[in-house]
Design a protein around this ligand. Structure first.
Ligand code: XMP
Length: 520
């Protein structure tokens, strides 16, 4: 492997922030290797000379509960530069003798910060104006900085929005430079990595591929692996990665849940079995899934049922193949982050993604999840590095629970049929109008509401179709795509005129947050 860890890496200490992996990703984007470790697991002896800088993440608790943070204070004496972010900034100040208290005004969302002093950390960050918009998410704040620290920038509510101890190379920022909403936030991270820690670039997508192949080989040894192939970007990349890593020991299983997009099962079999010549087992489990889901309308129940049944089917086939020890899945970091913390630190749960929260507790197969620290766009780059074609790589994401979570309320055969058609027309129209690749994800959903319409001279009473199309960088945040009125007219007419069962089309104009991308 060409990665030379002696060129230096950044250690990220996770205190349970929803954004810890974003920090790691930002460091990777700079071409530098980084590693995340939970604050609960970090040991002084593990910090060797390859670690040239430490970033302390944000987190949901506060510094008064400091006993819960088994963070060894001696780490501060190692002569290694440290950047504290949000909670990390507070704990860094507190451990150095500063004070943290609850703010009178909590800051969530965008805030302005104002430059007070020059610093290496903010070199070329403020540029011409002495103010920047940053993204805050905190209830506490540093009220007194430690001796030898000084303020580099302030906001209206936080006097110490950026602080530094130049001699010890300790830096703290109250906001989140890792999120895209912070103007020029990447500059803060890059200044820390290159100017303060003085690390050289040592990481590329080729290194990423080689490291993942090596990791898979060392995890699975000479055992057989079954791979949950859906035909989407993530599982296709996983299958191809495993194909390169372990060849014939890989068995791909494609389950038709009955909740796939129109004709998807035909396309998947053609691509992977016929064209890529992989070991593909096609399982038609339509009836099994629909039976288990009948009369279920609770979103979390749907997710759990689907997740459990998936695993059961895999276990069934694993038995047939014999001596299978592992199940490979295309779990990505956003799937994990919203279900549980990667390092075991405490974060809040948003949804049980079917390939994470839905797993049965006593699962008999061990998991191989090589993409679990990557974001979608990084997975696409990896796919290209693995020679997958662009048609597969650039597909919009499709969730494991499929159409089940795009159909709030109970699931019926009739609704599935209607929804498959509507989604097909929408996606086809996006392709025909050259819009498909401008949009990060798009789909049609069927709402459990009937409304009155008039077609010809007759009254209709049919379902409401919701269209969602979003722009996003990584699925963590999203905005709705602004279509021209003419396109909206075309697609609305096409759906209402072509599909029996829908007489009204609405467009979802919410961003994420506050909404999520999927409806359930
Ligand atoms: P949300 O709805 O959480 O979606 O904003 C973020 C991204 O994740 C996809 N998604 C899933 N993917 N299993 C998956 O493999 C799931 O259970 C699941 N739920 C949501 C969603 O389509 C979007 O791209």
């Amino acid at each position: 492997m060409s990665l030379d860890q002696n060129l230096g890496k950044i250690l990220i200490v996770d205190f349970g922030s929803q954004f810890t992996q974003l920090i790691a990703r930002r460091v990777r984007e700079l071409g530098v290797f980084s590693e995340i470790v939970s604050h609960k697991k970090i040991k002084l002896k593990d910090i060797d000379q390859t670690i040239k800088g430490i970033i302390l993440s944000g987190g949901p608790l506060n510094v008064y509960q400091i006993d819960k943070y088994s963070f060894d204070k001696k780490i501060l004496q190692l002569n290694i530069p440290i950047l504290g972010i949000c909670f990390g900034h507070q704990i860094l100040s507190k451990l150095n003798g500063g004070k943290v208290k609850q703010s009178k005004h909590r800051e969530f969302g965008l805030a302005n910060i104002y430059k007070k002093n020059n610093s290496l950390l903010t070199s070329n960050f403020f540029k011409k104006s002495n103010t920047k918009k940053v993204w805050m998410s905190h209830a506490d704040q540093v009220s007194k900085i430690p001796r030898n620290f000084r303020a580099v920038a302030s906001s209206t509510n936080s006097k110490f929005a950026i602080v530094e101890d130049r001699i010890k190379k300790f830096y703290g920022v109250q906001f989140h430079p890792e999120v895209t909403h912070t103007e020029n936030g990447k500059k803060i991270i890059s200044n820390f990595v290159f100017l303060i820690c003085k690390i050289k670039k040592n990481w590329s997508s080729k290194d990423q591929k080689l490291k993942l192949i090596k990791d898979v080989r060392s995890q699975v040894g000479s055992n057989k692996v079954i791979c949950a192939l859906s035909g989407g970007v993530d599982s296709s990349v996983v299958a191809q990665l495993l194909n390169k890593a372990i060849g014939k020991k890989l068995f791909c299983i494609f389950v038709n849940t009955g909740l796939l997009r129109k004709n998807e099962e035909i396309q998947v079999v053609q691509t992977f079995k016929k064209r890529l010549k992989m070991n593909l087992i096609y399982v038609n489990a339509e009836k099994e899934f629909l039976k288990k889901l009948s009369n279920v309308s609770d979103p979390e129940k749907k997710r759990k049922i689907i997740g459990n049944l998936f695993i059961k089917i895999f276990e069934r086939y694993a038995k047939k193949i014999k001596n299978v020890k592992f199940l490979a899945q295309g779990t990505l970091y956003p799937d994990l982050i919203e279900s549980k913390s990667v390092t075991g630190s405490q974060t809040s749960k948003i949804k049980s993604h079917h390939n994470v929260g839905g797993l049965p507790k006593r699962m008999k197969l061990k998991l191989v999840e090589p993409l679990k620290f990557l974001f979608k766009d990084e997975v696409r780059k990896l796919g290209l590095e693995l020679n997958l074609n662009n048609e597969i790589i650039s597909r919009h994401p499709f969730p494991g629970p499929g159409l089940a979570i795009r159909m709030p309320g109970v699931i019926t055969n009739e609704k599935i049929k209607i929804l498959k058609e509507a989604d097909h027309y929408f996606i086809q129209a996006l392709r025909d109008h050259g819009l498909y690749h401008k949009i990060w994800q798009a789909y049609a959903a069927l709402l459990p509401v009937k409304t009155v319409g008039v077609m010809g001279d007759n009254r209709t009473y049919e379902y409401l179709c919701l269209l969602r199309a979003i722009t996003s960088e990584d699925g963590m945040t999203a905005d709705f795509y602004e279509f021209k009125k003419s396109f909206m007219q075309i697609i609305s007419n096409k759906i209402v005129n072509s599909i029996r069962g829908i007489n009204r089309v609405v467009y979802d104009v919410t961003s994420k947050p506050p909404s999520t991308i999927e409806l359930e």
